[in-house]
Design a binder for this molecule. Structure first.
Ligand code: DGI
Ligand code: FE
Ligand code: FE
Ligand code: FE
Length: 187
């Protein structure tokens, strides 16, 4: 599938706003992929489909997580987490993408995980810093991404954990493990 077909395929699954975000993630992912030396075509595919399941019903996504015997923490730590693992499954089943690098980047794009691959970092960070994002701390993460991608990932994880704590929301264990992992590696 080429870029144009991929964009035409994903568009009907997204709102205007989410499609614009997806184009931003695609642009950011291409830049980060070049910096990290990962396959730019794969990074672009992962970016285009990363939010594929964003508007599926919660019940459908919970069903996929159970049937596919994925970590049920994805069900218990907040509904925002469902679309990443469910999306990886649906992109494989409905679009026919089988590349594991692409699928795991989609799978982990919301939470991150300890020991993230370079492709996973590219999509996780591109989702966080793409040009349409406006939340507090994003500028700092963008600046770090210019010079030190691990430090930028650390900032994104740290900001996300801080944001969740401030809102009295649970933090997915894998997100804390990811934060600890990149923080230990810095020391
Ligand atoms: O799908 P997007 O909006 O582009 O971005 P995303 O997939 O990174 O989802 C962001 C949302 O996910 C945001 O509302 C915060 C939430 N989130 C991220 N990490 C965690 C989390 N929510 C919980 N409960 N726990 C987490 O570890
Ligand atoms: Fe997402
Ligand atoms: Fe994210
Ligand atoms: Fe996204």
């Amino acid at each position: 599938m080429n870029r144009k077909e991929a964009l035409e395929t994903v568009k009907p699954h997204l709102t205007e706003h989410r499609y614009r975000h997806t184009l931003g993630v695609r642009d950011a992912a291409l830049t980060l992929a070049e910096k990290l030396g990962v396959d730019q075509d794969k990074a672009e595919m992962a970016a285009i489909f990363h939010d594929y399941a964003k508007f599926r019903s919660k019940d459908e996504m919970r069903g996929i997580i159970k049937e596919q015997q994925m970590d049920e923490d994805f069900i218990h730590y907040g509904d925002e987490l469902l679309h990443a693992p469910a999306g990886a499954h649906l992109v494989k089943k409905e679009i026919g993408i089988t590349d594991e690098e692409i699928l795991s980047a989609i799978f982990w794009h919301t939470t991150g995980r300890p020991g993230m691959s370079d492709m996973e970092k590219v999509i996780f960070l591109a989702d966080y810093i793409e040009p349409n994002r406006k939340f507090p701390g994003v500028e700092q993460a963008r600046e770090k991404a210019e010079t030190d991608i691990d430090e930028a990932v650390r900032t994104a994880l740290s900001n996300t954990v801080t944001f969740l704590l401030q809102k009295n929301q649970p933090v997915f264990p894998g997100t804390l493990e990811a934060y600890n992992d990149v923080t230990f590696k810095k020391q």
